[in-house]
Design a protein around this ligand. Sequence first.
Ligand code: ZN
Length: 505
Amino acid sequence: MRGIERVRGRVGEINDLLCAVNLLTWDARTQMPPGAAAARGKQLATLSKVARERLLSRELLGALQEARAEDVTPAEADELDQLTGALELLERLPDGLIEALAEHRSVAQAAWERARADADMSAFAPALERMLELQQRMAQAIGYDDHPYDALVGLYEPGMTAARLQELFGALRGGILPLLEGIRASGVVADRRFLQRHYPEGAQRDAALHFAKLIGYDLGRGRLDVSAHPFEISFTRDDVRITTRFRRDFLPMSLFGTLHEAGHALYEQGVDPAYVRTALTTDVPGLYAVAGTSYGTHESQSRLWENLVGRSRPFWRAHFGALRSFFPEQLADVDAEGFYRAVNHVEPSLIRVEADEVTYNLHIMLRVEIEMALLDGSLSVRELPAAWNDAVGATLGLDVPDDAQGCLQDIHWSTGLFGSFPTYTIGNVMSAQWLEAARAQDPAIAAALERGETEPLRAWLQENVYRHGRRFAPDALLERATGRGLTPEPYLAYLDGKYGELYRS
Ligand code: ZN
């Protein structure tokens, strides 16, 4: 057997284990009775450990060495390069660091939950300090040229650095802050009261499924369930599941939440079938079965479908009738334009997950800058709440009443996800870059979108993004499809065009 086939056999088994981890995770978040939590934790830890041992086994290393000397296809060469790079990275991590992180994660998360419930940062501070120390060790072990943040953000977004983010953020603030100022000054306020009428859960579920199918989500290889925090998860391209949550008195939560997760799912369902069970559908260093090439690229798809398509005027001109058929009484006195305006309301708020498109990235930027300062030691955990509150005041113009609505609102720091926040903003920026390129390259896509038809756009994304899985790094994927690396201009032009028109006084 050739080396490449032996590599494929081994990686296939690792991918099977990781898909089983995903399935147990899905179950834990949707179906599992609470009493099973401890046993499930052990099952997940065991499977992850076996996957890690298989990854670092002599058999795989030997097969990999052999395969690298063989004649392989360009896709196979990329597959081998990724595997080699991932193994080199894992080898740099000192013994015990992964275990120490896993162990501290549950401690820190419990402390964060208590602290948030009591709005008391001091209850989380010691656990956060310890987490920070572990993250700093991780950054040292991975290595970086310029800033410790480079090592961590690269785990989620290969090629991204603190310096590139600072430049991107400067450009974004330069566009967003004046836009927000204009919106505030306009005095325009959309009527949103109808969004809070009584929307029965069954009809919300039917509507969510209707719109997920409409944008191309294949229910023959997927399903929709309910969970407290919505997510998408896959066990190969042939089983890609999404979840949502329903609030009876607020329609947008399930509707746009489902479009968001369905956007993630289109990416996973669209990967080339030849890549299934290979390194090109496996996040090898992160030990996670996923086809999307980076967190930011994944998020670019969820946000493209949720916001750039799902909150667009032509989409609702075409499909508001269908939405109203699910809620004939609740939406009897609303039209497409009224709905469009209501779901694009802009208002600075304290909570990131409730933020609108214009202010959302301001929330992310302040978190990322705080993360960078915590990591390089220029900010201490003790100084964190004040730094947070100052940044919220300076960019959003709001006072933070307590830490639960401030620096304790997100789970990320307690689970050790330092470096992942930027991927939300990268996803937003990238989403507009894809859409701009698709429309420019094929006028039929732009014309179809004007009629509310999304299939030509999905086909373009399938060809240029989805089918490649993890084969290309984000910048390379962008270059191939749009002719340039990540750039903020299309996103700023999108925000300006849309919200400038909506909020013209
Ligand atoms: Zn998402």
